[in-house]
Design a protein around this ligand. Structure first.
Ligand SMILES: O=C(O)CCC(=O)C(=O)O
Ligand SMILES: [Fe+2]
Length: 440
């Protein structure tokens, strides 16, 4: 999952020392650098220091939460009262080109309300994960109008917010997913930089400050984050647990909405690129990768570009399905499910001829496990006991969720990739002891 960067307002960073499994140890709280001059937060066991520059106040924990919420509410322009509809984003037409599409199965979440329904869906999910690694979800609880509203908010995030404000809300902590990632932050290849804008909001949307243009929609964004987590992620995690013959809540407990963690809503806008950039990068907009978190929820949108690597080693397009979700597992699921739900490679390429020169707007929910969770396989699973566990690393070296995401987020698009010795067309990054592959 390519990262974007955080807002400067709240940082939980690691100090260093790496293990053989590629992560850092000795997490500690550090002061967030406040280069945008708005709000910085320093947490220790006993106190919380808010510094709304130029003054700094030290207050006790008992009043800290209340003060913090007042300050953030003020920074958000009093989100409780300000609500209005965003200017409508008119989605482009889907492509009519004949593309080589992956034939992804559908999971109808309306059927997940009964134990029998869940059992049947779990089998569809297991098959999907073992063939394509991706599947569609329908009946996820949002009407087409609600979904369109979210795309309109996403569009405002890029089209209405002035550059200076985007810079102020640019993510500055490299280990957290939050705030803007502007264009050209990453290298795609042959000196070409990316043309992807992103805005990420931790699922506790109201706990952070956001640009002025988004403030009228924060309650809606908060509801959207919670809906993704509770009504889509959790039901999918229950099916995954059933598929491994585990108690239904096994993965849900590892992905609590209220536990510290970085599950977040992310908006993306891909901007069309120059002919020269297209040639140099062989039309690849976002290199082949697996997502670093546990589950990625992509709200289907009409501009084609997403391709997944099929088991026969062919890249196949993902077809747009109106008001459906496209879901895949990331690296964290590979850890937790002992390889049973593998993270599938995917990439984004230039859209087909009838969609060239159109910006490509995306809406996602990137789910991560609870930050403190050690990423160990569920060895108690009867299924894993039968089929065997594929470990990513030795159990004693397994990272926590926090260590895993911090190492990868900080490195994405900034390290020098080395061609793989064993696989053609693959470049590798060494994040601590783990080889992270990039597929061209
Ligand atoms: O834009 C897309 O369709 C996919 C983006 C993606 O794979 C990612 O952000 O991890
Ligand atoms: Fe991805």
């Amino acid at each position: 999952m390519p990262p974007y960067l955080p807002s400067p307002r709240n940082s939980l960073e690691n100090s260093s020392s790496r293990t053989s499994c590629g992560h850092q140890t000795n997490a500690q709280f550090k002061n967030a650098k406040n280069s945008s001059g708005q709000l910085s937060l320093l947490e220790s066991k006993s106190q919380l220091r808010l510094s709304l520059l130029p003054t700094t106040t030290t207050i006790t924990m008992s009043s800290a939460a209340q003060r913090l919420s007042q300050v953030i509410s003020a920074l958000n322009g009093g989100f409780e009262v300000a609500q209005k509809a965003p200017p409508a984003y008119v989605a482009p037409e889907a492509t009519t080109e004949k593309l080589d599409y992956a034939d992804l199965p559908f999971i109808d979440l309306a059927l997940a309300r009964t134990p029998e329904g869940r059992k049947a869906l779990a089998q569809v999910l297991v098959d999907a994960m073992h063939t394509h690694g991706f599947f569609y979800v329908v009946n996820h609880g949002y009407t087409p109008e609600q979904t369109a509203h979210i795309f309109s908010i996403a569009n405002e995030t890029f089209d209405t917010v002035p550059e200076a404000e985007k810079e102020a809300y640019r993510g500055k902590n490299e280990t957290v997913y939050e705030g803007y990632k502007q264009r050209e932050a990453w290298t795609i290849g042959d000196g070409v930089r990316d043309q992807i804008e992103q805005y990420s909001a931790n699922r506790k949307v109201l706990h952070r400050a956001h640009p002025q243009a988004l403030r009228p929609y924060l309650a809606e964004m908060q509801a959207f984050a919670k809906h993704n987590h509770m009504n889509i992620l959790h039901p999918i995690l229950r099916l995954m647990a059933i598929g491994l013959e585990l108690p239904e809540e096994s993965f849900v407990e590892q992905h609590l909405f209220d536990a510290p963690g970085e599950s977040s809503v992310r908006f993306l806008k891909y901007h069309p690129r120059s002919v020269e950039d297209e040639q140099k990068t062989k039309q690849v907009w976002l290199k082949g990768h697996t997502d670093i978190g546990s589950i990625t929820i992509l709200w289907s949108q009409p501009i084609s570009g997403l391709q997944i690597l099929s088991p026969d080693n062919q890249w196949r397009w993902v077809r747009h399905v109106e008001n459906a979700l496209v879901i895949n597992a990331g690296d964290v699921m590979t850890f937790l499910a002992g390889g049973f739900y593998p993270a599938t490679r995917h990439r984004v390429v230039r859209p087909p001829a009838d969609q060239l020169n159109l910006p490509r707007l995306g809406v996602f929910y990137f789910a991560m496990a609870n930050d403190g969770l050690k990423l160990l396989p569920h060895e108690e699973s009867p299924v894993l006991q039968r089929v065997g566990i594929k470990r990513v690393c030795k159990d004693e070296d397994a990272p926590t969720m926090h260590q895993w995401r911090s190492g990868l987020t900080a490195a994405y698009g900034r390290t020098v990739l080395v061609p793989s010795k064993s696989e053609r067309g693959v470049e590798e990054d060494l994040i601590g002891g783990i080889v992270v592959k990039h597929y061209n």
